[in-house]
Design a protein around this ligand. Sequence first.
Ligand SMILES: NC(=O)c1ccc[n+]([C@@H]2O[C@H](COP(=O)([O-])OP(=O)(O)OC[C@H]3O[C@@H](n4cnc5c(N)ncnc54)[C@H](O)[C@@H]3O)[C@@H](O)[C@H]2O)c1
Length: 316
Amino acid sequence: MNILLTGGCGFIGSHLAERLLAEGHAVTCIDNFLTGSRANAEILGRFPAFRLIEQDVCEPLRERVDCDWIFHLASPASPVHYRRFAVETLLTNSQGTYRMLETARQQRARFLVASTSESYGDPDIHPQREDYWGHVNPVGERSCYDESKRFSEAITMEYWRTHGTDVRVMRFFNTYGPRMQRDDGRIVPNMIGQALLGKPLTVYGDGMQTRSFCYVSDLVDGIIRAMWCEEAKAEVINLGNPDEFTVMEFVETLKRLLEKPLEVIYKPLPSDDPRRRKPDIGKARRLLGWEPTIKLEEGLHRTMKWFEETMGEAAS
Ligand SMILES: NC(=O)c1ccc[n+]([C@@H]2O[C@H](COP(=O)([O-])OP(=O)(O)OC[C@H]3O[C@@H](n4cnc5c(N)ncnc54)[C@H](O)[C@@H]3O)[C@@H](O)[C@H]2O)c1
């Protein structure tokens, strides 16, 4: 297949691109390196069928890219990044998604958009199923992300209704693994970085809020299955790991893996921080035959190894 992948030099995008290239597809990535990494582009550059177009997805495509499939992943994803680039986030998920949908419509390409569990906001039902409409603060600190993702979902579904474009909306839940940025503010890189540097781990609130953690290779597997799946057309599908852990349980897992005591310091909970997050993945199981296979300990072990290698001197 000829594939257009936006955000291909970011954390999830680079793993997805690598897997698609390894499977023999030709992959053109569009990325403006707002939050992506040149090191990821270098890894992908080893594949002859990889091409990079460095540009903002909000702008018209600088050159024509013939494609059968479009994976639209471009968007800042971590709270630190989308707060720093709030307006860019709003535009990328609105104007950028519109541009990519237009490309899909013109080329009759299949289109998959990366949405997020944040579309559910601070949910008042648990676990979250795709038919739950969410509990979102439309003007809060996170709204640049969650409201723009909700717009991105809405315009994607409208391209199906209005133009018959072959679309699917994937709501990713918290994903982790190698190539996350250490300073992106999310719990996994935050705590691994602190633990490896011998610093106290920061827990926000009382640590009893829950999170689910999906290892990146599991997520990539679900994304690719969804793109192949005819029945996924015009569907909204959760992808995440339904194993739920409190933040304190996560800390305990890290302690076990590192085999050393870790000090914890507590800080106030950021505003609009969700108390519970857990995907209902019944639909992904049914339509895609998908479920995560990597347990938290194993995924954390692999991620920690990568952080140790890349943090080099600082971690030793
Ligand atoms: N990581 C997660 O846990 C998670 C959870 C839910 C949803 N998602 C979604 O998955 C996608 C990928 O997330 P990630 O964690 O890999 O983030 P990331 O920040 O590592 O990657 C995003 C990539 O998009 C690029 N980008 C951003 N704005 C752009 C623009 N206007 N034009 C061109 N390129 C642009 C960045 O440079 C970066 O390479 C995002 O859409 C995100 O919202 C991620």
